[in-house]
Design a protein around this ligand. Structure first.
Ligand SMILES: Cc1cc2nc3c(=O)[nH]c(=O)nc-3n(C[C@H](O)[C@H](O)[C@H](O)COP(=O)(O)O)c2cc1C
Length: 207
């Protein structure tokens, strides 16, 4: 009896992976230069466990916070950090990723990438993919609370929302910069769940 109860609780413990619908989708996971970048490793791993192909695209600054090797290993795909990474294909790698993506998820998203996206800049592959893709875009911001609440960031966020870009977070709590407030990356499990929801919505399985 006790054994059965333990088995049941083990099963519940193992049921962490959220899987709303079957089928492989391509998720381009953008990682930018935030202290929360280390959390993208768990996110990449969760998305793979959810059954998706994950292609990580990092900004140059993100590589200061987490290694591309970690993300390459967890995503099981090459990581893009520069326009000039891709040398084997006639087609520019960033356009291929933009076309292939069923979802562009940027987590963590810095104030800088939010500003770039709002202004349609394309100085590096992640920003270029955001312009070229027609997939839904989900941003999970992480930054100092004053940066998040600055009118420039607020305007950029509103501009992106009006174009259909979705946001998850940030949440309130202790920030790495020493302040407490709004600016923490949303919980990674919830970001993965939201990604799953947006992917499922494309199949009209969820209204
Ligand atoms: C230790 C450290 C932590 C940082 N954390 C953040 C952060 O959480 N959010 C943010 O918007 N910028 C943060 N920055 C500043 C960004 O790294 C900087 O704006 C950078 O230009 C972002 O570039 P990217 O968006 O191309 O990755 C941090 C910088 C340092 C040195």
């Amino acid at each position: 009896m006790e054994k059965n109860a333990k088995r049941r609780s083990d099963k519940i413990g193992a049921r962490k992976v959220v899987r709303i619908r079957p089928g492989t989708k391509s998720v381009v996971l953008g990682v930018t230069g935030s202290i929360a970048a280390y959390k993208s490793a768990e996110l990449a791993s969760l998305l793979v466990k959810q059954g998706h192909e994950v292609f990580v695209v990092m900004t140059q600054d993100a590589t200061e916070f987490i290694s591309s090797l970690t993300l390459q290993t967890l995503s099981k795909n090459p990581v893009t950090t520069s326009f000039f990474d891709e040398k084997e294909n006639w087609r520019p790698g960033h356009i291929e990723l933009a076309d292939r993506a069923n979802l562009l998820l940027i987590a963590p998203a810095t104030a800088h990438i939010i500003a770039e996206l709002a202004h349609g800049l394309a100085f590096h592959p992640l920003a270029a993919i955001a312009l070229a893709t027609r997939a839904p875009i989900l941003l999970a911001p992480a930054m100092n609370g004053k940066m998040w609440q600055h009118p420039a960031t607020t305007e950029n966020v509103e501009k992106l929302k009006s174009r259909g870009v979705e946001f998850i977070g940030p949440e309130e709590g202790m920030l790495a910069c020493g302040y407490e407030g709004l600016g923490r990356l949303w919980k990674v499990n919830d970001i993965a769940f939201r990604a799953e929801f947006l992917l499922a919505r494309q199949d009209n399985l969820i209204a």
